[in-house]
Design a protein around this ligand. Structure first.
Ligand SMILES: Cc1cc2nc3c(=O)[nH]c(=O)nc-3n(C[C@H](O)[C@H](O)[C@H](O)COP(=O)(O)OP(=O)(O)OC[C@H]3O[C@@H](n4cnc5c(N)ncnc54)[C@H](O)[C@@H]3O)c2cc1C
Length: 383
């Protein structure tokens, strides 16, 4: 299945492309083309620029900071950003917490948070995983005990991406012990400046600081910061993870990285049979990315609670992340010995970063639910 865009959708795509060309700082575009990660301020500034048009969260209602557009338009904006390449709106804000608030939040919570999430006035991180509770997330132990109009939180999260840049965390906590471990879990919003919160960095294999450990010791959280009903946080979690998984395939990013491979081949003047072999691989990866793109369009219009949406999200997660790893390996090969210098050159704007990216991309088959778990989920759907 493919999608036939309407004239209005084609016009929107052209408008987004022209806007990016006019407003994306050239330095930032170049930095991303070379594979560098944008810094916090660059992400904030760019998201606010997009939000002037309601394109940070295009599919949200206007009253909450969106543009009242549909899911197709949302994907068109996302793909144009990848193509540029430009930073995506912060996924924790607009692709994880935002949809959960729209679906499960009270009117007060929606009004309080959604416009701020879209404009990146507040940076959220995701507090799900704990030591010993990753794939088996429902076994989490961070506890929240009700005390008057507050919860008192004790426990630890791990692998918390950008906690060191974040203002707040959306956090899964255990509010009661039930016979089924999925029950008794709740989702709380916690201000990271609260007394009793400690954030410690974890340095990853690419040499950068992406993740953290987050510790909570007697942290007092207003009970109003609960999303949905107490003890029903698992419903929010399943909903959120389906959203997260579907985005992990990064179709437009794969196309952009494949075009970068060809650019490097040209820069290096590679010709003859060596080039033909790489062009063959490029074409195969492009065809596989195109297949993922068609699956992404198939998901359009399916309710996230529909079992088929979950299955397609798992397929996108497995194949999309494997493709990203193969593209990273190809980039590494075509870059040649320059790829091996990343540690010495990582902070220089002109330095190739394919070496560090090659190492980082080991992570994509792990986050958002490991690929082994996705296979288990698909297997269950088959019989
Ligand atoms: C780059 C990155 C960013 C992340 N960011 C965040 C974040 O912001 N917030 C957050 O909360 N978490 C984050 N995570 C954590 C991520 O969600 C977990 O790493 C993931 O859920 C796996 O959990 P684990 O690391 O505890 O591994 P484990 O669950 O211990 O798994 C170890 C291995 O065993 C396999 N395995 C486990 N159970 C089964 C099974 N039943 N069947 C078959 N194989 C199985 C797994 O596939 C894996 O290969 C991030 C992880 C990465 C890599």
């Amino acid at each position: 299945m493919d999608i036939q865009l309407s004239q209005t959708q084609i016009d929107l795509r052209d408008e987004v492309r022209a806007f990016i060309d006019a407003r994306l700082p050239a330095e930032l575009r170049k930095k991303m083309r070379l594979g560098h990660v944008p810094d916090r301020q660059e992400v904030v500034d760019w998201q606010r620029t997009l939000n002037e048009k309601g394109w940070a969260a295009p599919h949200w209602p206007k009253q909450y900071g969106g543009a009242d557009l549909g899911i197709v338009e949302r994907i068109l904006v996302q793909e144009e950003l990848y193509r540029a390449p430009a930073p995506q709106p912060l996924s924790m804000n607009v692709s994880m917490l935002g949809p959960v608030l729209l679906h499960f939040g009270t009117e007060a919570l929606k009004q309080r948070w959604l416009p701020k999430l879209a404009n990146l006035d507040v940076w959220f991180c995701q507090g799900f995983s704990e030591p010993g509770s990753g794939s088996d997330l429902a076994s989490l132990r961070t506890a929240a005990v009700r005390d008057g109009d507050h919860y008192v939180v004790n426990g630890q999260k791990i692998w918390t991406t950008t906690a060191h840049w974040a203002d707040w965390i959306f956090c899964l906590v255990r509010t009661s012990k039930e016979s089924r471990k999925q029950d008794g879990i709740s989702m709380l919003l916690i201000d990271l400046r609260s007394p009793g919160v400690v954030i410690r960095p974890i340095r990853s294999i690419d040499g950068h600081h992406h993740f953290n450990e987050v510790f909570f010791e007697d942290v007092r959280v207003p009970a109003d910061n609960l999303i949905g009903e107490e003890g029903r946080g698992w419903d929010c979690t399943r909903f959120l993870l389906t959203h997260e998984r579907a985005l992990v395939a990064k179709i437009g990013f794969c196309y952009e990285r494949l075009s970068r491979v060809r650019e490097i081949l040209d820069e290096r003047g590679l010709r003859g049979s060596a080039r033909v072999r790489i062009e063959d691989e490029l074409n195969l990866l492009r065809a596989e990315t195109r297949a993922m793109e068609m699956i992404q369009w198939r998901m359009v219009g399916l309710d996230p609670n529909d079992a088929r949406a979950g299955d397609l999200a798992s397929v996108l997660k497995i194949k999309g992340t494997e493709i990203q790893q193969r593209i990273a390996a190809l980039l590494y090969r075509v870059e040649g010995t320059r790829a091996m210098t990343h540690k010495a050159l990582a902070d220089a704007p002109e330095a190739p970063t394919v070496g560090s990216y090659y190492h980082y991309v080991r992570a994509v088959t792990i986050y958002g639910g490991t690929n082994e778990i996705q296979r288990e989920l698909l297997n269950r759907g088959m019989f």
